[in-house]
Write a protein that binds this ligand. Structure first.
Ligand SMILES: *Cc1c(COP(=O)(O)O)cnc(C)c1O
Length: 464
């Protein structure tokens, strides 16, 4: 068969997929028994599957399709660049116009103290780059003992060795004997899951002070960096209490460690600013980027580097012995440029802050009144619903964590909307071009899904 053949019936395609295709983060045995959903085309915020069903892409692919699907101008720009210069490397004293133009553009978009970018092909590779960069930086600063990197439990920084290690996903650590040495994890600012004994404000301050405690315990002279997502995405859209980042900022300003803001999801408008750290008023030394950089049209990632780190490391007179065959890939850089041009021209960042963001937030938060929902939260265009068995006791959770979430996710698909389940919470992160009408559809569909899920759970005895 060819990549375009849609002449096969869904069942035949599923069988070929099951026979030969190993999917990421999947239990392949049960997936193959069930059969994969085959997505054949997409336009705007809608994806279409091989049965002709149209589904609202409430996750923007995998948190990345900021400008929506099917933007011809990105495809055309990529086509032109492919014909002109499909590939050349950026090693050995060479560069090319797309990498040059994108670097200038990113320096302009980034906060004033960040003017340099190192390229790679994904968020995971960006964090592998970060890992080597922060340790090498301190070597150059004649502080070679500063090696430990502090991450957070339930943080996500990708699935390579460094990405998995920096992240705090225990199920990932368990496979491959990770984390690698020199990584330390502190608690996450997850008030609903771990902080209900106190007010969100109190909990936010305490969660931030975990960093201070870890620095004192390990020793500031041994710590290279702290890495965090402004809002944890894959961990379940964990929006920290309002007190968290201000307290973090105090600690980070007092201590001589680098701060890495993993902007792979929160960057490029997701929170109504170009970068999530700007939204929360914190000043990073390094920012890994990927996903929304190209809206997923082609794979590309990078690390935005502050003048402090660039001056110390880049201008040390030594090679930084790191890089990828596809660092700054000309066609991917072209896709990124075309994507950023759309974001700018259509004012999508401001739209999230002042228009579609508040519009969707208001309606999404009302879902918190549903009997199945313990908490509804949303910042920018990242939202979550915590499903609970008993609304009068929000600390109670469903048995068999994840089962109810999966039931709800499958029902959401039937109701023509992609919502992802993390544990027993439902999350969304729609494209930034979502219209008001589409937002209404999204919320109506989510409400129907909650109702349907409630009925299913009641029928099957989950609600006591
Ligand atoms: C997705 C993600 C990554 C990993 O990016 P990949 O392109 O999948 O390697 C890293 N950090 C965060 C915050 C992410 O959401």
């Amino acid at each position: 068969m060819t990549a375009h053949s849609n002449i096969y019936p869904t069942k035949a395609l599923q069988e070929i997929d099951a026979a030969h295709h190993w999917h990421p983060f999947s239990d392949m045995k049960s997936l193959n028994e069930e059969g994969s959903r085959i997505v054949t085309s997409a336009d705007g915020v809608w994806i279409s599957d091989s049965d002709g069903k149209k589904i609202l892409d409430g996750m923007a692919g995998l948190w990345c399709v900021q400008v929506g699907h099917g933007r011809k101008e990105i495809a055309d720009a990529v086509n032109r660049q492919m014909n002109e210069l499909a590939y050349y490397n950026t090693f050995f004293k060479t560069t090319h116009p797309p990498a040059i133009a994108l670097s200038e553009k990113l320096a302009k978009l980034a906060p004033d103290h960040i003017n340099t970018v190192f390229y790679c092909s994904s968020g995971s590779e960006a964090n592998d780059t970060v890992f080597r960069m922060v340790r090498t930086y301190w070597d150059k600063m004649c502080k070679p003992d500063k090696k430990v990197i502090i991450g957070r439990w339930n943080g996500y920084h990708g699935s390579t060795l460094a990405g998995t290690s920096l992240g705090g996903m225990k199920a990932m650590h368990a496979q491959g004997d990770l984390p690698v040495s020199g990584v330390h994890h502190i608690d996450q600012p997850y008030w609903f899951g771990e902080g209900q004994d106190m007010s969100p404000e109190e909990f936010g301050v305490l969660a931030a002070r975990k960093l201070e405690e870890a620095i004192d315990e390990i020793g500031e002279d041994k710590i290279a960096a702290f890495i965090a997502e402004p809002i944890q995405g894959a961990g379940g859209v964990i929006i920290p209490p309002a007190t968290y980042w201000p307290e973090m900022r105090r600690i980070l300003e007092e201590r001589d460690i680098l701060f890495v803001s993993d902007e792979v999801i929160c960057g490029f408008g997701r929170l109504g600013e170009w970068f999530g750290s700007t939204h929360f008023g914190v000043k990073p030394d390094l920012m890994p980027i990927a996903k929304g950089l190209t809206s997923g049209y082609l794979p590309m990632g990078g690390v935005l580097v502050s003048d402090r780190v660039a001056d110390g490391l880049m201008n040390s007179g030594d090679d930084f012995n790191h890089g990828y065959t596809y660092s700054g890939h000309p066609v991917c850089a072209t896709a990124a440029l075309a994507n950023l041009e759309i974001i700018e021209r259509e004012g999508l960042v401001d739209r999230v802050k002042n228009d579609i963001g508040p519009y969707l937030q208001e309606r999404w938060l009302r879902l918190g009144d549903h009997p199945l929902v313990g908490e509804a939260r949303m910042t920018g265009l990242m939202g979550a619903l915590e499903l609970v068995p008993d609304k009068t006791d929000l600390k109670k959770t469903f048995p068999d964590t994840g089962t109810v979430g999966t039931i709800c996710r499958d029902i959401s698909f039937q109701n023509s909307m992609v919502m992802r389940a993390v544990r027993d919470s439902m999350i969304i992160s729609p494209p930034l071009v979502l219209s008001h009408e589409e937002a209404d559809f999204l919320v109506k569909s989510a409400e129907k899904t909650l109702n349907d899920t409630f009925q299913t759970l009641k029928k099957d005895g989950w609600l006591g």
